[in-house]
Design a protein. Structure first.
Length: 76
């Protein structure tokens, strides 16, 4: 995965509502983020999308932790 795609992915994570990130199951969350990324980066092919999915799967705990932190800050 190239740096541009990686930046776009993390921008997508930040732009997604924290409640969405914490409420979806793993598969749905991966599908949601991949779909959102595909929408913003139409140049991604099937191999790229597979790499992105695998990367997201490896970072699910981090993504959920970041979302939990955003929820905590919003309610404080």
């Amino acid at each position: 995965m190239d740096a541009k795609t990686l930046r776009q992915l993390w921008s997508t994570v930040e732009a997604t509502q924290a409640s969405t990130l914490t409420s979806l199951d793993d598969t749905s969350l991966i599908e949601r983020l991949v779909g959102d990324l595909q929408y913003t980066n139409r140049a991604l092919d099937e191999t790229d999308m597979s790499e992105v999915s695998d990367y997201i799967r490896s970072k699910l705990s981090l993504i959920r932790d970041l979302a939990d932190g955003r929820v905590m800050r919003a309610t404080a």
